[in-house]
Write a new protein. Structure first.
Length: 219
């Protein structure tokens, strides 16, 4: 059984097809938009992409609509524009985080020692889910430097369906073009990796890098 067949067996509202059905020269995103089918290869990367379609159908549809609109407006260029670039980053590597303001501010400022030290108990009030299918694929064989691009969620969610609806409405071309992402080495999150119980874990400045002025994110 192929990955596409396995996904179709459990997901009835979106049809997955072999990647070979993608016409030569046709953009992947445009094919999904026009045909309503997701070209799928037999690998873990595309399997997780299919799972994301299942859990976040409204968000995945919105991202595809935004991609299609950009392709319609500008065609396919040698370099992706800021919106398409940001959509790709989000689709592949986003994580969604609701957190108390003080926790978010420490994350945005890259105050790693404070974020995971003094403020560590506040992570119990946070909600974090990895959205990007490339990031999920990496977590199959986890390593310390796996870093997600975090999109801030402004209120706690009670279900993935509720989060999906909110996120689909929150994603707009102007917001994405501004790239309001904050990097988070996800295995530093309390409870996500046993090694981070030792404060020395966060002293690795190659992974937990300080903020540069050009990296300030405006929410």
């Amino acid at each position: 059984m192929t990955v596409a067949e396995a996904l179709n067996a459990i997901y009835r509202t979106r049809r997955f097809v072999s990647h070979g059905e993608l016409p030569v020269g046709m953009p992947y995103e445009q094919f999904i938009y026009q045909a309503g089918c997701v070209p799928t290869r037999d690998n873990l990367h595309d399997f997780y992409n299919g799972l994301c379609w299942m859990v976040f159908p409204q968000t995945k549809k919105k991202l595809n609509q935004l991609q299609a609109a950009e392709i319609e407006a500008a065609g396919i260029q040698s370099v992706r524009g800021p919106v398409r670039d940001a959509i790709t980053v989000f689709d592949e590597n986003a994580a969604l985080l609701y957190a108390p303001d003080v926790l978010w501010d420490a994350l945005a400022a890259r105050e790693w020692g404070r974020l995971f030290g003094e403020l560590r108990p506040l992570w119990q009030q946070a909600q974090l889910v990895v959205f990007g299918h490339a990031a999920l694929e990496k977590l199959v064989a986890p390593y310390k430097s796996i870093t997600a691009h975090v999109w801030r969620v402004t209120a706690p969610w009670r279900s993935t369906g509720e989060l999906d609806a909110w996120l689909a409405a929150d994603l707009t071309a102007p917001r994405l073009a501004a790239k309001p992402f904050v990097p988070l080495p996800v295995l530093g999150v309390p409870g996500w990796w046993a090694a981070n119980e030792d404060p020395v874990f966060y002293e690795d400045t190659w992974v937990f890098r300080p903020l540069r002025p050009s990296m300030v994110v405006v929410q």
